[in-house]
Structures are given as C-alpha cells and as structure tokens.
Design a binder for this molecule. Structure first.
Ligand code: SF4
Length: 427
C-alpha cells in the first residue's frame, strides 16, 4: 500500500514564473459555456475518451436537440458541442448528469485524462490501462484539492507503447516492463518507479503537490519554470518512493491507423478517423450503431470501437468516416476557423479540404490565427491563416519552426512539400 505523507505547508523556495494566473482560467466546460460566433460551446470531458454506447447516444441527442447536431473531437479525446442556445446550460447539465457524464460537477473541467486508446485490444503495451483510468478518475473526483486544477491540466496513462506519453501531459504514468510503472512530472528528465496498483494514486499526489507549489499562480507544470526537480523530490518524499532514475528511452508509437485492429486471439476492433475531428449527426449515429459496448475517442480525433466486427467498416466508410490508412485526410487537422471563431482570418477547414495532398509525411495542422488552438504536439507542418489573406506554412521539428517559401497560388503543393521535406541533411 502506498504510504503518502502529507505536508500541507509545502512551498518551493523560488518563485513561479510570471506566466501565471493573472486572469481566470477561462477554459470552457460542460457547465461553463463559451460564447462563439456560431453560438455557445460546451466542452465535455471524457476521461480516456471512453464512452458507453448509451452515453454516446445521449451526447448525440444533446447535440441534435440543443446544438447544431455535430460533435467535435478535441486533441484530448474530449467532445465539444457547438451552436448551442445560450440558455440551454441547465438542460445540458441535466442530460449529461443523467448519462453519468458529470460524476462530480465541481470537477467537470479537470477530468482531463488521455489513455492509450488501443490498450487491451491489440496485444501491444505492457498492461491494460483501463483499470488505472477508472481509478484515477474516481480519485480526482473525490479530491477536494483536485477541484482547483485548471481545465488545462492533463494526465496521461500510457500502456507502455508510447503513444499518449508524448502528448506533453502534466503528469504521465507509463507502464514499465515487468509490471511496474514510471511516474513522470511535467517534462522532467527523471521518472519515479511505482508499483502498478499505486500508479493512479501517485498521479493524483503529483498533481496535488503541483497545486501547493503553484499556489494559484500557474495552470500547468510548464509554467513553474525551474521547479520541476523540487516537485519531483516532494512527490518522491510523500510516496516514500525510491530516488528517481533517468527517464528511459521512450518508445514512441504513432496514432492508431484507420481500419481493423486484430488481437493475437483473433478478436477485432475498428479504428476510424473523423475528417478534421468533426462528426455529423449521421456519422455519430453510425458509430453508436456499430459499437458493441463502448467507444474510445482518441487524442488524434479518431474513434476506436472495441470488439466491433469488420463488417461494420463499409457502413462507417459510407457515412464518410475514414477507414483507410491511405486516405488523404489522415494526418490533417484544423481549428474551427471561420465562421465559428471571430478571431479566424479564414475558413481553414475549407482551405484544408481543398489542399488535401498525398498521404504520408508529417501531420499538418491548419489554424485560423496565431493562437493555433488544438495544434498537435511534436513535429508537424503548421499552416496559419494571415490577416489580409494568405497562409504561412512552416515545418516544426524539435520545437523549431522553419518557414516555407511563400507561394499563394501553390498552397497545396507547398503543404505537400513541407510534409515530406527531408531534413536529414539540415545543419
Ligand atoms: S486558432 Fe485562432 S481562429 Fe482557430 S479557433 Fe483558435 S482563436 Fe479561433
């Protein structure tokens, strides 16, 4: 049993950075709607992206009855409903609560957990993270302190394959070979070894240590510049864990490709992508009709249907979902852009659709303005609409952006070249 040692007075000696909470955390939620140009917007946290079929049906009905009928998948496997009437908040909350999607109203915006979506389905990874997911969510909802986390704080539960461990979470738990787990705080270059059954509690404890250190001045670990080692030390002390060790080489696995997923025992599951993360009402209906017991929304704006038969793939493809890994939509993302967002300089979704190119290469993300909401972590091609027209195309590798030459009449070709550009000889 993990023996956590509480020290309420814990404060790091140096100061949190200035990039701190000088304003309220305005992150939208299911109970705090955001006003957009196309109506009110609700962001519903779905820990691990896991939805029972009845919950998915309830979400579809809420989108249809209260909003514009569509469901938008986010880069954390959450769902956004758009085009809502401004006065529908109480009814939406009641519907979500009835479906079991609001287990704690006080924690509704802080249940941000990504988890390896194929865990337990394809024989890869060291463990099935679903038990971790359920326990961590229950612990977060039971924690008074955790209610003070920001809507941006992120937990990641990786089954060892290295998919969600690379998403820049504030607290990452990754299954280790041999049955244990590694706990990583922010972008620390050290990990703390914990036992399998201790992992969810250790993750919450690391978040609680962060809250004490941040003292209301930071939303995310990365804002406590220079504090990570102090946070790791305090977490280790309270866990009574062994000293941290250097972060092992993180194996990195790409997002699940579209199509059937087969386990060693022959069981199949299905993986599909939603073009630009946007699911129409008929597409959502087809997904819920194809699901056997649950759906898993991925941080790459896809959906996994555990144990669903391959015969459903043709139905899903006919509905416009991506079932072929060679689809030109694979790896293409975009923010909402015009007309949904007033800040956008262009209809970047339409731009992305007209600039689809060959499959493969780096993922590409289209943003309507410099804020780049929802852009992916890691290497990618960054396309940003500019005031007055035109787009800036850049290749982002290792956090550094290299602009492509401007050629407005050849935007699709520029994006395609950026996605496949060979940087192996760069200095
Ligand atoms: S990146 Fe800009 S245009 Fe796109 S959703 Fe965010 S604020 Fe709006």
């Amino acid at each position: 049993m993990l023996a956590a040692v509480s020290t309420p007075s814990f404060r790091p000696s140096s100061q949190a950075t200035a990039a701190s909470r000088d304003r309220d955390d305005a992150c939208p939620g299911a109970l705090r709607l955001h006003t957009a140009d196309d109506g009110a917007l609700a962001r519903i946290r779905i820990p691990g992206g896991v939805l029972r079929v009845d919950q998915a049906q309830a979400l579809g009905r809420a989108a249809r009855d209260l909003g514009d009928g569509e469901l938008h998948l986010t880069s954390r496997g959450n769902v956004q409903l758009r085009g809502l009437e401004s006065g529908c908040g109480a009814e939406l909350a009641q519907r979500l609560s009835n479906a079991g999607l609001l287990p704690s109203w006080r924690h509704e915006r802080v249940r941000n957990v990504v988890a390896s979506p194929l865990s337990g389905l394809d024989g890869r990874g060291f463990v099935d993270v679903q038990p971790w997911l359920r326990e961590l969510d229950a612990l977060v909802c039971a924690s008074e302190a955790a209610a003070r986390l920001s809507g941006r704080f992120l937990f990641a539960l990786d089954d060892g394959r290295g998919d969600v461990a690379t998403l820049g979470a504030d607290v990452t738990v990754r299954a280790a070979p041999g049955g244990g787990a590694w706990l990583r705080v922010g972008a620390s270059d050290a990990v703390v070894s914990v036992r399998f059954e201790e992992a969810p509690r250790a993750a919450l404890l690391a978040a609680e240590v962060f809250l004490e250190a941040a003292d209301g001045r930071a939303w995310r670990m990365s804002e406590l510049t220079g504090q990570t080692s102090v946070l790791v030390s305090e977490t280790v002390r309270r866990l009574q864990a062994a000293e941290p060790t250097a972060t092992p080489a993180w194996r990195v696995t790409a997002e699940p490709p579209s199509g059937p997923v087969t386990a060693a025992n022959g069981t199949t599951s299905l993986s599909v992508l939603a073009p630009l993360g946007r699911l129409t009402a008929p597409q959502w209906s087809e997904l819920t009709a194809s699901a056997v017991h649950e759906l898993r929304l991925t941080p790459w704006r896809g959906v996994i249907l555990p144990t669903a038969p391959t015969s459903r793939l043709s139905h899903l493809a006919a509905a416009g979902l991506i079932t072929d890994p060679a689809s030109p939509w694979a790896g293409v993302g975009a923010c909402i852009g015009r007309p949904g967002c007033a800040k956008s300089h262009a209809d970047v979704r339409a731009d992305a659709a007209t600039a689809l190119g060959p499959t493969g290469g780096l993922p590409v993300y289209w943003s309507g303005c410099e804020r780049r909401c929802g852009r992916p972590r890691g290497d990618h091609v960054d396309v940003v609409a500019e005031q007055g027209g035109g787009h800036q195309v850049s290749v982002v590798r290792d956090g550094l952006a290299q602009a492509m030459p401007r050629n407005p009449s050849q935007l699709a070709a520029t994006v395609a070249a950026a996605r496949t550009q060979d940087h192996s000889h760069d200095q």
